[in-house]
Every structure is written in structure tokens, then in C-alpha cells.
Design a protein around this ligand. Structure first.
Ligand code: ZN
Length: 671
């Protein structure tokens, strides 16, 4: 009997036959797929013929189709519809997969073949896309340490293992410090807190087996407590405990781990021939070099600090009017900012929600995709993994483009957050395959389902990622769709969010669920203004963290990261009343793994581009300017990772992005 995951899928559009697959099929399918992939790799690396692009790079592209299928079906379900069995499988699979892929990148014969081709690259008659794929494959082997041998190779492996262990300890220590601390509240300490904070404090107290309500260090409880509690003494105690996470001495202290992590990263970069870890890390990003990252962050830092200082003045006055003297402290900022928000932006989410129906927001996203790119969405009646999933066939001029799947409602079996993934990525080699793309969100069900403004933005954000997958038009799967640099991948998604704010889109689709009336301009103005509230504070706390992250990885590793952090903040003139968004002992992005190490800036990098890219539409004929839309598809949405992102952006915009549009968008522009 053939395993249904690995058999031919005779379903419409060859979508996985979910109803025929049982959880017992995954382990044997993965086993078989790994065996097949290993055999394919062995054939490619053991080939007696001289290496050619076809027998090596293209052969690698064509290998592992079974593995792709198993992983795509399994991870779709593990993320969006898990159960204990699937969770157990996930724990079993992750070391198997890690071992499989590290075995491939340690394959010397394969690396030798790629190196031979790389050295002959100018004489192979490659297309630009082929040259790019060769460069990327060769580079990923080099960066994994395939060029090292003997003692250096051994050291490299030791470093990797130690870094993984340090990352795990960092995360566990942080969790332990967050778990262990709680502040008991008397009933009178609840005065002034809104109901949801009171409920949260009572639930947290019950969870911890305390007699009454408590404040814990969970972000979802402590941040609203700092925003709403009029008790300055309690805010101070809570804030100090929050900012001491990972730095309390004893076994859960993260400061030593941070220092060792930075030293090992620096050594690893040195072994691979890079000047610093930041040089190594940024090589594969659009930013490219530490100095470009610093330039961008500093261009944002100065106006943000200026705005924060002006805001601090307003908040200090409010505090003094409350009878509190002395400087504004970090435990005061959120409280007075919240009071100011209530005074200046009296927007009630409950009034807004009826205007944001999920169905209408989907229609809006589809309508924008039609006006910009000529895409049509037709509902499909097919069986998927959960009754809440819906599917559409996407066509252009009658021709099939993709299948789009939406799984929008929260449920216990779904992990939190929102994401987009390709259940099948676009490619033309070895065969033409059209994309099957899914958006997964966690909205509350309702009849009709109503969204918050953030939720509506999420619909557009994830749909922007989906467009990047659906409009992909490249030959090789390894570079298709969203297979691009980390600091480039959020451009299509964040850019698409701008269309939600286009007045004619809102006028047509943000209509009241009961009356059918369009949202009034006054309400829209309030929504947009509220989105930029306290941007000086938010930008300062973010950019300070990003600059400390960069300083840690650029140049020699600091022996004492806390001293280096203090030095960087002093050089920046960090306002005393604002803490870093993530201080070093809590900086999980940077220290629990290396994904965001010296790359925490990337959120802002993408925002610079999306603001600048949308400005290109506004400068032309408006949000639906057809020439700009064509340029966006031609140079960014269809190209995947087939060229370096700087080239792609320049082709779209005629120049690289400047920070002006971002500053304007955040309300930080001068004037
Ligand atoms: Zn995203």
C-alpha cells in the first residue's frame, strides 16, 4: 500500500488529500522521503561525470520532492490544527531534520562539485537566474563551514553545539525569572484598573495559588498594569522586576551567557574569514554591511529622540499636575501616555468593529489585487484539513495562477499569531508547478465575524505575503516567492497594508454590519491618528535595542556586554525615562538563537521600504496607478530571490529608499 502522502495526488489542483491522510502516515512517509532524498544526494555527489550545472545544481533543485510534500502537509497541520499526536511527532521530527540537513551541508564531495562550478561560473553560459542559484547554493555551504577541515572543522562543530545549548539556557532562564516573580495586590490596589486588567490579575493569582490578585511579568499583564495603575510605588516595583529579568544573579542570570554567546559568534565568523559576526550575518541581507544598518538607524534615531523628548515634557507636566515632583521615570511613561491617549483620541474599539467585517475585508483585499494585478478570485469547493478553511482559485485573464486558502478563525488546535506559507511553491523546473498559498489567522468567530483595526491590517499583511508567493514567476523553487533576505521579505506584506488605508477602499468595504453605511471620515481620521500615538517612545525603545544589538556584533565581542550596552546608550543620549524595548539579559530575539542576531534592525528596514514604495504610488497616479502596479509585480512580486534585493528595489523605484516616508508615516518628520 502506498502512503497517501507520497502517492500521486489526484485531487483538484493536486492539493494534499487531507481526508485520506491519517496521523499514522507521517512517520513512515518522512522515513521514506528522507531515505529517497539521501539516495538522490548520494547520486549527485558520487556522480563520476565532471560537474555541470544540470547534473549538480539542477539535480539538487529537483531532489527531495517527497520530503517537500511530507513537510508541507505536516507543518501546515502542526501549526494550524495540532493535537497531542502531532505535537509528539513534531518533537521526533525536529532532530531528524536537523541531522539530515547538516549531513548534506557537510558533504565534501558535493561541496567540491559546487566549488568547481563556482570557479567556472563565467564560462558556463548560465542565465542570470541560474548564476544566482549557483551563487546561493555555494555560499550556503561555505557559510555552514563546508570549506573548513581538520581542527578548524572540529572547532566549528563545537562552537555550533555550544551556541545551541547557550540559546536554550538563555530562553529557559528568562522564562524562569518571568515565572517566579509575582506581586500580590490588595483589593484597594485594583482601583483605577480597567476590568480586563483586574480579571487578568485575578486569573494570574488563581494560577499561582495565591489568595488574591497578582501582577506577573507576563507582557500581557504587566504592560496594561503600567499603563493604568495610578499607584506609582507599585508601578515602580513592577517595572524594576520586569527590567531585571535575566539579571538577578544566581543560576538564571543571563549576563554570562550573553558574553559567551557573543565571543563564540565572533570566533565563528573569524573561522569563516569574516571581519566580524555582523559582517558575516549581513552578507546575505539587503543591508549588506554594518555601516548601512547604522546609517539607517541613526537617521531614524535623532528625530525619534527629539519627539520623545518633547513628549516627555508634556507627560512631566501631567505628572506634576498630579502632585508628583521630580523627573519622569520609566515606570511613569506608559501611565501618563495612556491618560494623554484617552484625552486626545477618544476612539472606542467597540464603535469601530461593526465597520470591519472579515468578509468585507477579504473582498477588499481581493478587489485591490484585481485593480492592481488583474487577479480574479473564485470560491472553490474542496475538502481541506478543517471545516473553517476556505479556498479560492486565482486566475488572470481566465488562466490559472494559484490556489489561495484562508484559515481565519482561532481555535485551541492552532498556534497563536498569523502567518502565510506556500503549501506548494511556484517553480518551472523540473516541471511547472503553480502555487498553493495559505493565510492563517486567529480572529474571533462571529456572525458576521468582526475585526479590530489591527486584525484588518493583519488580513492585508498576510495577503501581501500571499501575493508575493502567488505572483512568483521564476524557474527554480529554491528562490521562488518569499525565499528572499530577511530584511526584504516583509516589504510586500507591509506595503500591502497601505491599501487598507486608501479612502476609496474603506468607503467601499468598511461598511457597517447592521446599517451598511460607510465609515465616517471623522472615525477614519481617529483610527489613523491613534495608530501613530506615542511613536517617539516606541521608536526610541526599538532603535536603542537595534543599535545595541549591532554594536555587540560589529567588531570584537565585548567582554562585558552590560558595560558595552551602557556605553552605547550614553553615546546615543538615551532618554532616562525610556527603557530599551529589550535590554541585553532579556533580548531573546538576539540570544535564544541567531536568527535576529545583528538583524533586529530588519523590522525597521522593511518599514523604510514599504513607506517609500507606497510613496511611489502616491507620487504617480495614486494607490492604483497601473504603471507602478506593473513595476511592482515585474521587479518585486514576481522575482523572488532571483536577484539581489537592492537591484530589485532600484529597478522598481529608480533609486534606493530614503527614510523620509517612514518618518512621515510615523509622524516623526520635521515641521
Ligand atoms: Zn509578515
Amino acid at each position: 500500500m502506498t502512503n497517501p502522502i507520497l502517492s500521486d495526488w489526484k485531487t483538484p489542483f493536486q492539493i494534499a488529500p487531507f481526508d485520506a491522510i491519517s496521523d499514522d502516515d507521517f512517520a513512515p512517509a518522512l522515513d521514506q522521503a528522507l531515505c529517497e532524498h539521501r539516495a538522490e544526494i548520494a547520486r549527485i555527489s558520487g556522480n563520476q561525470d565532471a560537474p555541470t550545472f544540470a547534473n549538480t545544481v539542477e539535480a539538487l533543485e529537483a531532489a527531495g520532492t517527497g520530503l517537500d510534500r511530507v513537510l508541507s502537509v505536516f507543518f501546515t497541520l502542526a501549526g494550524a490544527d495540532s493535537n497531542p499526536k502531532r505535537e509528539a511527532l513534531q518533537r521526533d521530527f525536529s532532530p531528524l531534520l536537523a541531522a539530515h540537513f547538516s549531513e548534506i551541508s557537510a558533504n565534501k564531495a558535493l561541496f567540491t562539485r559546487l566549488t568547481t562550478l563556482w570557479n567556472q561560473r563565467d564560462d558556463l553560459g548560465l542565465t542570470p537566474e541560474q548564476a544566482r542559484v549557483l551563487m546561493l547554493s555555494h555560499r550556503s555551504f561555505v557559510r555552514a563551514g563546508a570549506a573548513l577541515s581538520g581542527a578548524l572543522e572540529v572547532r566549528m562543530k563545537k562552537i555550533a553545539a555550544r551556541l545551541a545549548a547557550l540559546g536554550t539556557s538563555f530562553a529557559q532562564n528568562l522564562l524562569a525569572d518571568e515565572r517566579d516573580w509575582a506581586m500580590d495586590l490588595a483589593e484597594s490596589d485594583l482601583d483605577g484598573l480597567p476590568e480586563f486588567v483586574v480579571d487578568g490579575a485575578r486569573n494570574a493569582g488563581a494560577d499561582k495559588g495565591r489568595d488574591g490578585p497578582v501582577v506577573t511579568l507576563s507582557r500581557s499583564l504587566i504592560v496594561p498594569f503600567l499603563q493604568f495603575s495610578p499607584r506609582r510605588d507599585l508601578r515602580k516595583t513592577a517595572w524594576q522586576a520586569w527590567s531585571a529579568r535575566g539579571a538577578n544573579g544566581g543560576e538564571t542570570d543571563n549576563r554570562g551567557i550573553a558574553a559567551e554567546t557573543l565571543a563564540l559568534r565572533s570566533e565563528r565568523a573569524g573561522l569563516l574569514g569574516y571581519e566580524s559576526y555582523a559582517d558575516f550575518k549581513l552578507e546575505t541581507e539587503m543591508a549588506g554591511t554594518p555601516s548601512k544598518v547604522r546609517d539607517l538607524l541613526m537617521a531614524v534615531w535623532l528625530p525619534a529622540r527629539k519627539r520623545a523628548e518633547a513628549d516627555a515634557g508634556v507627560l512631566t507636566q501631567m505628572m506634576q499636575a498630579d502632585g508628583v515632583n521630580g523627573p519622569l521615570e520609566p515606570w511613569d511613561w506608559r501611565y501618563y501616555a495612556q491618560k494623554r491617549r484617552q484625552a486626545e483620541h477618544d476612539l472606542d474599539e467597540a464603535d469601530l468593529k461593526p465597520y470591519l467585517q472579515l468578509e468585507k475585508m477579504l473582498e477588499a483585499a481581493f478587489s485591490c489585487a484585481d485593480r492592481l494585478f488583474g487577479l480574479t478570485f473564485k470560491p472553490l469547493d474542496i475538502a481541506l484539513y478543517h471545516p473553517d478553511c476556505r479556498a479560492w482559485e486565482v486566475t488572470r485573464d481566465g488562466a490559472h495562477v494559484a490556489v489561495f486558502i484562508g484559515d481565519y478563525f482561532a481555535r485551541g488546535s492552532k498556534r497563536s499569531g498569523a502567518w502565510c506559507s506556500a503549501m506548494r511553491a511556484q517553480a518551472k523546473y523540473p516541471d511547472v508547478q503553480t502555487p498553493v498559498v495559505i493565510n492563517v489567522c486567529n480572529f474571533a468567530k462571529g456572525d458576521p465575524a468582526l475585526l479590530s483595526w489591527d486584525d484588518a491590517r493583519t488580513v492585508f499583511h498576510e495577503f501581501g505575503h500571499a501575493l508575493h508567493q502567488m505572483l512568483s514567476n521564476v524557474t527554480y523553487e529554491s528562490i521562488s516567492g518569499t525565499s528572499v533576505a530577511r530584511d526584504f521579505v516583509e516589504l510586500p506584506s507591509q506595503l500591502f497594508e497601505h491599501w487598507l488605508e486608501v479612502p476609496e477602499v474603506l468607503a467601499e468595504f468598511a461598511t457597517h454590519a447592521g446599517t451598511g453605511e460607510a465609515m465616517a471620515q471623522e472615525m477614519l481620521d481617529k483610527v489613523l491618528a491613534a495608530a501613530n500615538f506615542d511613536m517617539g517612545f516606541q521608536t526610541v525603545e526599538y532603535v536603542a535595542s537595534a543599535l545595541v544589538d549591532l554594536a555587540f556584533h560589529d567588531g570584537d565581542a565585548p567582554g562585558d556586554p552590560m558595560a558595552r550596552q551602557a556605553e552605547v546608550l550614553a553615546e546615543l543620549g538615551m532618554p532616562d525615562s525610556i527603557g530599551m524595548r529589550h535590554a541585553t539579559p532579556q533580548f531573546a530575539h538576539v540570544f535564544t538563537g541567531d536568527g535576529y542576531a545583528s538583524a533586529y534592525y530588519s523590522y525597521m528596514w522593511s518599514e523604510v521600504m514599504d513607506a517609500d514604495a507606497f510613496a511611489a504610488f502616491e507620487e504617480a497616479g495614486g494607490a492604483f496607478d497601473p504603471e507602478r502596479a506593473t513595476a511592482l509585480e515585474t521587479h518585486i512580486l514576481s522575482t523572488g530571490g532571483s536577484q539581489d534585493p537592492e537591484t530589485l528595489y532600484r529597478a522598481f523605484r529608480g533609486r534606493l529608499p530614503g527614510v523620509e516616508a517612514l518618518l512621515k508615516g510615523r509622524g516623526l518628520a520635521a515641521g
